[in-house]
Design a protein around this ligand. Structure first.
Ligand SMILES: Nc1ccn([C@@H]2O[C@H](COP(=O)(O)OP(=O)(O)OP(=O)(O)O)[C@@H](O)[C@H]2O)c(=O)n1
Ligand SMILES: C[C@](O)(CO)[C@H](O)COP(=O)(O)O
Length: 243
């Protein structure tokens, strides 16, 4: 199958890039921080859009964004853009509403953080294959590997918590357009601040599938995370990336 024919049956992605990056701690929103000659979001879009299963991407930007480079395609994949909201969930909802008409209500869509620049093609392939075969959808996630402590009010350890069956949610997350829209709207109406798409689905009683993803698909939250990504780049090209 050629890349073009794969794309025609591919999914649309929503890339949320309307955050402020307050924990990153510079004036510039972290998605625009320069890394190896391009803004961080360029690495994210390159890794995502070069996958043959991605048909197009809706990039969700802050209303006052003054840094978007104006790209209308990445790796031959069309890019559209829209304006996000106050919370990440609001931005995802804005992206879902702005998707083009060719995306039907029961089509699967991906949601990915602009702040996760190191997505591997193998992980995305697994997510698409297993998620589309699931009645609800799926997310990339990484098993918790550390020993977990429950703290008491005084900062002392109350107990050690079992880590088995605990996973850290990553992105992309894959759900059907209308079901995800309804789940996020329902959370908003209920005043629940959901931190990922799966949580909104869970609140409606659905059980998305966990697909194990690579630990290196980490989110850039602090300056230390950026240093880690720069180290990853220094080791050489990644699959799907242009730099
Ligand atoms: N209102 C928001 C908040 C977040 N995001 C996006 O969601 C992803 C994950 O956000 P996160 O890093 O948790 O939040 P930021 O707002 O970027 O950072 P911080 O919480 O430190 O301010 C990022 O790509 C961010 O741009 C968004 O599109 N709209
Ligand atoms: C969706 C998400 O990336 C899950 O890890 C999300 O952005 C997490 O937000 P957090 O505030 O950093 O937990």
């Amino acid at each position: 199958m050629t890349q073009e024919s794969a794309r025609s049956g591919g999914v649309w992605a929503i890339v949320v890039a309307a955050g402020r990056g307050t924990r990153f701690g510079t004036g510039l929103p972290k998605q625009y921080t320069p890394v190896a000659g391009q803004p961080l979001i360029g690495h994210t879009l390159s890794a995502l859009c070069s996958h043959p299963g991605v048909r197009g991407a809706m990039v969700v930007l802050a209303a006052d964004d003054a840094h978007w480079p104006g790209w209308d395609a990445m790796a031959g994949t069309p890019l559209l853009r829209c304006t996000g909201g106050e919370s990440r969930a609001d931005s995802v909802l804005a992206g879902l509403q702005a998707l083009p008409d060719e995306v039907r209500v029961d089509d699967f869509v991906l949601v990915h953080d602009a702040a996760r620049p190191n997505l591997r093609h193998d992980d995305l392939t697994a997510l698409l294959e297993r998620g589309r075969a699931d009645p609800v959808g799926a997310i990339l996630a990484a098993p918790v590997r550390d020993t977990l402590k429950r703290a008491g009010d005084d900062g002392g350890i109350d107990r050690t918590e079992p880590r088995e069956r605990l996973w850290r949610a990553l992105t992309p997350q894959l759900f059907r357009r209308l079901q995800l829209t309804r789940a996020l709207e329902s959370a908003r109406e209920g005043g629940v601040a959901v931190t990922d798409e799966a949580m909104a689905m869970e609140l409606l009683g659905m059980r998305p599938l966990l697909v194990e993803g690579d630990e290196e698909n980490f989110k850039i939250t602090t300056a230390g995370d950026l240093a880690r990504f720069e180290f990853v780049l220094s080791r050489g090209p990644r699959d799907g990336a242009t730099s």
